[in-house]
Design a protein around this ligand. Structure first.
Ligand SMILES: [Zn+2]
Length: 430
C-alpha cells in the first residue's frame, strides 16, 4: 500500500463525530446525544486524496495500517479535539454600508419596526447595495467569509435580498458566485431572497408580482445557463411585509424552478409559517420566535428543519423562540449566525453559546444544531456535518481536551481553533 493521502491528524484526545450512523439529521431528543470517540492513547484520522474522510482509530492501529503511505500534510493534535467544520445555516453577507448607528438607537429602546419606519433598517442597506458595484459587494463579502473561516465555519448559507429588483438581486447573487470561484476555503449555498422587504413605493401585491413574474424567471435563466448556482428560495413572511398568502405564492414559484424552500417565518408576529412550510415541503424555516403549537407539530411530521437565530433574539431583545418545545416535539433544530447589518456576528461558537444560555439548549444540542442539522437545512447532510468515513473532510481542531471548551470559553474561539480543514486542506491555522 503506497498510495498518497492528503492528510493525517495524530494523537487527538477526542474525535467528535456528532453522528456516526449516516443520519440525515438529529431530531428532537436525538440531539442530546453526540457521538464521540475518546482515547488517552491518542487517535488518528486519515483524509484520502479525494478530500474525504478515509479512516480513523487509535494511533497505534493507524500507524501500522498506513506505515507505507505518504501524507501531504501531518498534524500533531496531541491533547486536542477534532470536530466537524461548523455549518452556518442563515446569513446575509452581501452588503456595503454598516449600521453601527442603529445599534445605538436600539440600545436606547427602538424596536426593529421603529428603525424600519425611521427610514433605517433594511432600506438603508438596500440603498447602499443598489448603488454598489458587483466588485465592491464581492470584496466586502470575501473579508467576511475569511473571518467566518477563522471562527470554524466551513459551509455557509448566504442570501441575496438587499437588491429588491432583478438587476440588484442578480448583482448580489453574482458576487456570491464570484466568491465561490475565487475562495475555496468555505463552501456557499446561495439563496435568492428577493422578497426580503417591500421596495419603497410598491405595494405588497406589486412586489409579489415583480418577484414571481420578473425576478424568479431571471434566476431560472441564469441558473440554466450556469451563470448562477442558486439553491434556495427565501421570503420574509411577516406582518407588514409579505403575508402568508403572498409568501406561499413566492415560495411555490421558486419551488417550480427547482429551488429548495428555506424561509424567514414567525419572527415578530404569528404568521402560521410552520404550517405553511410543512404544507409546501420546505427544507427549513428560520426564526420561529412566534411559531404556533400546530406549526411545531406540522414541522415535526414533515421533518422541516427549524433554523434558530439566537443573535437576533438577543440584539432585538425578542421573545426567544420556543426551542425546548420544538425539541420535545421531535423537530430537528439548526443554528445560524444570522450575520447581517443588524446582527454583526460571524461566529458560530458565539451563536452556540447564546443558544445554550438564552435558549436553554444543551452543548450537545447546540453542536448538533451547528453541524449535521444545519447541513440538513441546506440539503447537504449526506456529505457534510459529521465526521464519518466517506464524508467531506471539513473539520476543526480545537486546543482543548474536551470539545465543549469551544462553547464554554465564550469569545475565545479564535485562540482555541488551531486548524480549520476544508476538503482535507488546512485553510487556517493559529
Ligand atoms: Zn435573516
Amino acid at each position: 500500500m503506497n498510495m498518497s493521502n492528503l492528510l493525517i491528524i495524530r494523537h487527538a484526545r477526542q474525535i467528535v463525530h456528532v453522528c456516526n450512523k449516516s443520519e440525515s439529521m438529529l431530531r428532537g431528543k436525538e440531539m442530546a446525544h453526540v457521538a464521540v470517540t475518546e482515547s488517552s492513547n491518542g487517535l488518528s484520522l486519515v483524509v484520502g486524496d479525494d478530500g474525504c474522510i478515509k479512516d480513523f482509530g487509535e494511533d497505534a492501529e493507524l500507524e501500522a495500517k498506513y506505515r507505507q503511505c505518504a501524507f501531504q500534510k501531518e498534524i500533531d493534535a496531541s491533547g486536542k479535539a477534532i470536530l466537524p467544520g461548523l455549518v452556518d445555516g442563515h446569513t446575509h453577507p452581501v452588503w456595503v454600508g454598516d449600521r453601527v448607528h442603529e445599534f445605538a438607537m436600539k440600545l436606547a429602546g427602538a424596536t426593529y419596526m421603529d428603525v424600519h419606519k425611521a427610514g433605517g433598517g433594511i432600506h438603508f442597506t438596500v440603498d447602499h447595495v443598489q448603488k454598489a458595484t458587483e466588485e465592491e459587494l464581492c470584496s466586502s463579502l470575501l473579508e467576511r467569509l475569511k473571518r467566518m473561516v477563522k471562527s470554524g465555519t466551513t459551509l455557509v448559507e448566504a442570501k441575496s435580498g438587499y437588491g429588491l429588483n432583478a438587476e440588484s438581486e442578480v448583482k448580489m447573487l453574482k458576487a456570491l458566485e464570484k466568491a465561490k470561484e475565487c475562495f475555496k476555503d468555505i463552501e456557499i449555498s446561495s439563496t435568492y431572497c428577493g422578497a426580503h422587504a417591500i421596495p419603497r413605493g410598491k405595494s405588497m401585491e406589486e412586489a409579489t408580482n415583480d418577484v414571481i413574474n420578473i425576478q424568479i424567471p431571471k434566476i431560472k435563466e441564469l441558473n440554466d445557463s450556469k451563470e448562477l448556482s442558486v439553491e434556495n428560495i427565501d421570503v420574509f413572511c411577516e406582518k407588514g411585509v409579505f403575508d402568508t398568502d403572498a409568501s406561499e405564492r413566492i415560495l411555490q414559484a421558486g419551488k417550480e424552478i427547482g429551488l429548495a424552500i428555506n424561509f424567514h417565518g414567525d419572527e415578530l408576529h404569528p404568521m402560521n409559517s410552520g404550517e405553511l412550510g410543512a404544507k409546501l415541503d420546505a427544507r427549513a424555516i428560520s426564526h420561529l420566535e412566534e411559531v404556533s403549537d400546530e406549526g411545531i407539530q406540522a414541522m415535526s411530521r414533515k421533518s422541516v428543519v427549524a433554523v434558530i437565530l439566537p443573535t437576533t433574539a438577543y440584539i432585538l431583545r425578542l421573545k426567544p423562540p420556543p426551542v425546548r418545545k420544538m425539541i420535545e416535539a421531535g423537530v430537528a433544530v439548526a443554528l445560524g449566525s444570522d450575520f447581517n447589518p443588524n446582527a454583526f456576528c460571524l461566529s458560530m461558537p458565539l451563536t452556540m453559546h447564546l443558544a445554550c444560555v438564552i435558549l436553554r439548549m444543551s452543548m450537545n444540542e447546540a453542536l448538533a444544531a451547528a453541524t449535521i442539522n444545519a447541513a440538513a437545512s441546506l440539503g447537504r447532510s449526506q456529505t457534510h456535518g459529521s465526521i464519518e468515513v466517506g464524508k467531506v473532510a471539513d473539520m476543526i481542531v480545537v486546543d482543548a481536551p474536551r470539545w465543549e471548551h469551544l462553547i464554554y470559553q465564550m469569545g475565545s474561539h479564535n485562540e482555541l481553533i488551531k486548524y480549520v480543514i476544508k476538503n482535507g486542506r488546512v485553510v487556517h491555522s493559529s
